[in-house]
Design a binder for this molecule. Structure first.
Ligand code: NZQ
Ligand code: ZN
Length: 378
C-alpha cells in the first residue's frame, strides 16, 4: 500500500425529507446565503422550494444565482462569485447536480478570497479560505457532494479541467433520493456510468490496495445489479436510493486509500468531448472507457483481467471489454462517438485538442500515437 491521509469532513444527511434539517445547519453558518442552481430542474422536483423554505424559516437572506450549465463554464462562476461578494453572503447553498455543486465550490473560494476562478483551477492562486458550502443533491453521479473536487471548462484556453482542495468539501450535503425521481432517462444512465467509471479510475490508479479494490468491486456490483433495474423502473424510490448512495461512495475517497491517486486518463479524454461538443459527462465515459482499455490491452492487461474476473467472471481482456460495453449499452449510454452525434469527420479535431492538452492519466501516460489509437476505437 501507498501512504495516505484519510480525511473527509462533509456531514452527509441521507434519506427522505432530510432537507428538513437544512435550516438549522445553515443558521449555524450565518445570516446571508448565495443560492446557486442550474437551468430550472430544481424548480420542478421540489428541492428549490424546500431549500428556500428552510432558509427563510431561519430568517436567512437569500441572493439567487442561477443558470449554471451542464459542463459548467468558468465565466459563470466569476459572475456568481461577484454577486456573492457584493451581497456579503456568509455561505453558499448549491441545489442541483455535479455542475452546480462544482461551480459553487469555486464560487465559495472566490467569495472568500476575491480571486480569479481560473487562477484557482490552474493553481496559480492557492486558496487558504472558503465561504462554507451546503449542497442539496438532485442527481446521482459525480460524488461532488462528498468530495473536494470541482471540474470547470474555459472557452478561452480550450480546456475542461479538475481541481482538488481540502477547502472544497461541502460542510453539509443533503441527499434525498426523491429529488432524483425526475432525472430523465439519459441522465439517469449517465450517472450510473459515471459512478462505475469513478471506481474504475481508482482501480487503475497506482498502488497495491486490496481493501480499496474490494470497495471498488462492491460498488460496481451495486451498479451492475440495480442500474439496469432502475432504467426499467425510474420511479422506484428504493432503486434511486441505492444508486444515489453508490454514486457518493464511488468518489468520496474510500476507493482511493492505499493508492497515490486514481488514474483519471479516461476522464481527461472524455473532457475533450464535453468541451468540443457539450457531450454529457457520463456519455463521454461510456465511449472512452472501452477504447482506453483496448489501447492499453498490453500495459494494463493484468489489471483489466483482474477486474473482469471480479465483475463478470471472465478471464481475458476482450471478454472484460465486451461485458463492460454491453453494460453501458444496456443502460442506453453511447459507446461510440457516432451514437453521441459526433461523426467521424470530427476525429481529427478531437485528437488535435487531446494532443494539445497532453491528455493522459496520472498512472498510465500516453504518447500522441497512443491517443490516436484510442480515437480509432471510439
Ligand atoms: O440545469 P438543470 O436544469 O438543473 O438540469 C440538469 C442538467 O440539465 C439536470 N438535472 C439535475 N437534477 C435533475 C435534473 N433533471 C431532472 N431532475 C433532476 N432531479 O441534469 C442535467 C445534468 O446536470 P449536471 O449537474 O451537469 O450532471 P452531473 O451531476 O452528472 O454533473 C456533471 C458535471 O460534473 C463533473 C463533470 O465533468 C460535469 O461537468 N464532474 C465532477 C466531479 C466531482 N466534482 O467530483 C467528478 C466527475 O468525474 C465529473 O467530472
Ligand atoms: Zn466522472
Amino acid at each position: 500500500m501507498e501512504n495516505f491521509t484519510a480525511f473527509n469532513p462533509t456531514k452527509l444527511h441521507f434519506g427522505q425529507n432530510v432537507v428538513n434539517n437544512l435550516g438549522l445547519a445553515a443558521a449555524e453558518l450565518g445570516k446571508k446565503a448565495l443560492l446557486v442552481y442550474g437551468g430550472g430542474s430544481v424548480l420542478r422536483n421540489g428541492s428549490y422550494h424546500d431549500t428556500v423554505r428552510q432558509l427563510e424559516n431561519k430568517g436567512i437572506v437569500i441572493s439567487e444565482f442561477n443558470g449554471i450549465k451542464p459542463n459548467p463554464r468558468v465565466e459563470d462562476v466569476a459572475v456568481g462569485a461577484k454577486l456573492g461578494r457584493e451581497n456579503r453572503v456568509d455561505m453558499v447553498v448549491a441545489v442541483g447536480g455535479g455542475s452546480v455543486i462544482d461551480s459553487a465550490k469555486i464560487i465559495a473560494i472566490c467569495i472568500s478570497e476575491n480571486c480569479d476562478p481560473w487562477d484557482v483551477m490552474t493553481r496559480k492562486h492557492l486558496p487558504t479560505s472558503s465561504s462554507p458550502l451546503i449542497a442539496v443533491l438532485t442527481l446521482a453521479a459525480t460524488g461532488s457532494e462528498m468530495n473536494s473536487v470541482a471540474v470547470l471548462q474555459n472557452s478561452q484556453t480550450r480546456e475542461k479541467i479538475g481541481f482538488r482542495n481540502d477547502l472544497m468539501y461541502p460542510v453539509h450535503s443533503f441527499l434525498d433520493p426523491a429529488y432524483t425521481l425526475t432525472v430523465p432517462e439519459d441522465h439517469t444512465a449517465y450517472g450510473i456510468v459515471d459512478l462505475v467509471t469513478h471506481c474504475m479510475e481508482a482501480w487503475f490508479g497506482f498502488g497495491d490496495a486490496s481493501l480499496s479494490d474490494r470497495f471498488v468491486v462492491t460498488i460496481i456490483q451495486e451498479a451492475l445489479k440495480y442500474g439496469p433495474a432502475l432504467m426499467k423502473d425510474r420511479q422506484n424510490y428504493e432503486l434511486r436510493e441505492r444508486i444515489m448512495w453508490a454514486a457518493t461512495c464511488a468518489l468520496n475517497n474510500m476507493t482511493m486509500y492505499g493508492r497515490t491517486s486514481g488514474d483519471w486518463g479516461v476522464h481527461a479524454f472524455g473532457h475533450t468531448l464535453s468541451f468540443l461538443y457539450d457531450t454529457p459527462h457520463g456519455a463521454t465515459l461510456s465511449i472512452m472507457y472501452p477504447a482506453w482499455m483496448k489501447a492499453l490491452r498490453e500495459r494494463a492487461g493484468d489489471r483489466i483481467i483482474e477486474l473482469g474476473k471480479a465483475l463478470f467472471n471472465v478471464s481475458n481482456v476482450d471478454e472484460t471489454i465486451e461485458n463492460l460495453t454491453s453494460f453501458f449499452i444496456t443502460l442506453g449510454s453511447p459507446v461510440t462517438c457516432k451514437e453521441a452525434g459526433i461523426d467521424d469527420s470530427k476525429k481529427a479535431d478531437i485528437l488535435s485538442l487531446m494532443n494539445k492538452n497532453k491528455e493522459e492519466g496520472l498512472n498510465y501516460k500516453f504518447s500522441d500515437a497512443e491517443r490516436e489509437l484510442v480515437l480509432k476505437y471510439i
